[in-house]
Design a binder for this molecule. Structure first.
Ligand code: 3AL
Length: 167
């Protein structure tokens, strides 16, 4: 696989942040012989952990849309996020659920300075709200770590989905 093929296939696994895949390729992290199914998520995560500045970490978190937020309502999510939010039933919120998401999204962003991020695959709306309420009480450092772990988990799920679709 060459650079262009790799980037067109995997460039979107980190939400609106193609530099991670581009940089990992250019730094030689991604080898032709690599088993893309198994090894790619951890290689990308290692590249990011070694190279990302504090500002780039925050920027990556801030590239994520709110769950059940305004972008979703306006149908302006990326293809990947649309699929993930829909898969968790977030497009079917009751007025009460939507109001709770809006209130939590507002409080969370005000407290932490980045949006609440959860790899929603396998969750339903109530499950997501439970995690959301719990994480609101976290301290900043704990939540920063958790949010980045969730971003890497989302990337891993996207890679697995892409591999399943192309095999
Ligand atoms: N904010 C947030 O968690 N967004 C996401 N979660 C997920 O699984 N896909 C997303 O886009």
């Amino acid at each position: 696989m060459n650079r262009d093929a790799f980037l067109s296939r995997s460039g979107g696994v980190y939400e609106k942040t193609p530099w991670i895949c581009e940089g990992a390729w250019d730094a030689g992290f991604i080898r032709e012989s690599l088993d893309l199914h198994g090894g790619l998520p951890s290689l990308l995560e290692s590249f990011f952990e070694q190279h990302a500045s504090a500002a780039q970490r925050l920027e990556l978190l801030r590239s994520h849309p709110d769950l059940a937020g305004k972008l979703a309502a306006a149908k302006q999510l990326t293809v990947e996020s649309t699929q993930e939010q829909k898969g968790a039933g977030l497009d079917q919120c009751s007025p009460e659920e939507l109001a709770e998401f809006q209130a939590l999204n507002g409080r969370y962003t005000e407290k932490f300075g980045f949006p609440f991020i959860l790899a929603v695959a396998g969750y339903d709306r109530q499950g997501i709200l439970e995690v959301f309420r719990r994480r609101m009480d976290h301290a900043y450092d704990e939540e920063l770590k958790e949010a980045l772990a969730q971003v890497h988990k989302i990337a891993k799920i996207r890679i697995q989905r892409e591999c399943a679709a192309s095999s």
